[in-house]
Design a protein. Structure first.
Length: 67
């Protein structure tokens, strides 16, 4: 697999990392929906902190998969 290239948005080059940030956010929103529907938010002492940690883990896994 080749290295990801920059994205050209109207003459502005956007780093591929921005794409990973967006994909991680989409995945996090889906996971939040599932966790909310299953009622698992009460398992965490600090749900916003758990969501932030989950976002970082998702982002790291996306970056690790594409490097």
């Amino acid at each position: 697999m080749g290295a990801p290239r920059d994205i050209d948005l109207g003459g502005i080059l956007v780093d591929p990392f921005v794409r990973y940030l967006f994909f991680a956010l989409v995945i996090l929103i889906a996971v939040r929906f599932v966790v909310g529907r299953l009622g698992l938010r009460s398992m965490f002492a600090n749900p916003p902190l758990a969501e932030a940690a989950l976002y970082v883990c998702i982002l790291a896994s996306l970056v690790a998969r594409w490097i």
